[in-house]
Design a protein around this ligand. Structure first.
Ligand code: MRU
Length: 367
């Protein structure tokens, strides 16, 4: 994506010093565009758990580069391979829900199986981290092309050309390495000359919709309107939404989708109003080891402060303000599961399929 005319990915290796990994600090957006350095694998853990980086595919990419930083440290301190194994375990535990994290770590560990020489291990992990990131960009591009067909079809049935799409959280460029999952079809539609307008859910408590998706769409010059999380149902009842596209943090092999808290309620409202509800995801987000999303997906619970306070900018300074009394306890479930029966289809890099085991495995027979 371009920011002020310059093309960026969300994570990259420093050109001048390949042992430094660069990320955009998403905690400061949209108020400040700040690039920070990851210098060791503990930095990658902090970046993931404190959400300087977030979004399932980007969490996977950061985990892979974190393993590269761990390998550098292993060499520098002349440590044994157990150091790398421990780092893998620690990074895997930095956030629980997005399966891309463990997926990326497993891919990296698979590559270093049987390798003993530190230099060879570093090279192998570096190349794997690059591949994971490049593949994600390509996957998002393909998701865009497949999702475009859905938008085209809806545009062709409308008297006026504009297609109104609702999205939740940020499943955009910032959640991936580039392009986004849910946003890729939107960008492809714009490029194909279709007028789109996006309803952006604010996505309390971290406000990824308000802070990140709106910012991305503004830079891409896509018409959009920010709404409070509870407005989607009302807009659907009044014919203001033609289509919902969201991302996923973990999808089961049977098609249940875990995504940002509130996704389920949007899917229910979409079903009640006969509005297509699609989930865009790369295969790295499919957890092939589980079927029942409600029973088997670990749901992250985050700090109460994210609920009791709200962050924003005032007098040029980013700060948090308290919005509740001192006594009320808060709970902060970060994700929910949308059962497959509410999902119209999955938009994957290999095509669009129904959210059920048979259809998913037709696209992915190797699993
Ligand atoms: O808590 P976050 O911001 O990491 O949650 C992100 C989401 O829920 C996204 O919708 C999901 O990761 C899909 S990203 C392409």
């Amino acid at each position: 994506m371009r920011i002020s005319g310059k093309k960026y990915r969300t994570i990259w290796q420093c050109e001048d010093n390949p042992s430094v990994i660069k990320i955009i600090d998403q905690r400061l957006l949209p108020h400040e565009f700040c690039i920070i350095d990851l210098l060791n694998y503990k930095d990658s853990i902090d970046a993931i758990s404190d959400m300087a980086v977030r979004g399932a595919p980007l969490i996977g990419g950061t985990a892979a580069w974190g393993m590269y930083l761990a390998a550098l440290e292993m060499k520098e301190k002349n440590l044994k391979k157990i150091f790398l194994e421990n780092a893998a375990k620690e990074i895997s535990e930095s956030r629980p829900t997005a399966v891309n994290l463990v997926w990326a770590i497993n891919k990296v560990m698979e590559k270093v199986k049987g390798l003993e020489d530190n230099e060879t291990i570093i090279k192998a992990i570096e190349s794997e981290a690059k591949d994971i990131c490049d593949e994600d960009v390509e996957n998002c591009r393909k998701i865009g092309l497949h999702g475009l067909e859905i938008i085209k079809e809806i545009a062709s049935q409308k008297r006026e050309n504009e297609v109104n799409i609702l999205t939740h959280c940020n499943a955009g460029w910032l959640a991936t390495i580039d392009n986004g999952t849910a946003t890729a079809p939107i960008y492809a539609a714009r490029d194909a000359g279709i007028d789109v307008h996006i309803w952006v859910d604010e996505t309390r408590p971290r406000n990824q919709g308000a802070s990140l998706t709106s910012w991305e769409l503004m830079h891409e010059e896509i018409p959009h309107t920010l709404i409070v999380d509870n407005a989607g149902g009302h807009l659907m009842q009044h014919g203001e939404i033609d289509l919902c596209i969201v991302g996923s943090d973990r999808t089961t092999r049977a098609g249940d989708v875990c995504n940002k808290i509130g996704t389920y309620l949007k899917a229910l409202a979409a079903k009640d109003n006969d509005i297509p509800f699609y989930v865009a995801l790369p295969d790295s987000t499919i957890d092939w080891s589980i079927r029942d999303g409600l029973k088997e997906i670990p749901i992250e619970e985050r700090d109460e402060l994210e609920v009791s306070e709200i962050r924003g900018i005032s007098d040029g300074e980013v700060r948090s303000v308290k919005i509740i009394n001192d006594e009320t306890p808060c709970s902060n479930y970060a994700f929910d599961v949308t059962p497959r029966k509410y999902i119209s289809g999955l938009i994957t890099p290999r095509g669009v399929c129904k959210a059920n085991e048979e259809e998913i495995s037709k696209l992915y027979p190797e699993y």
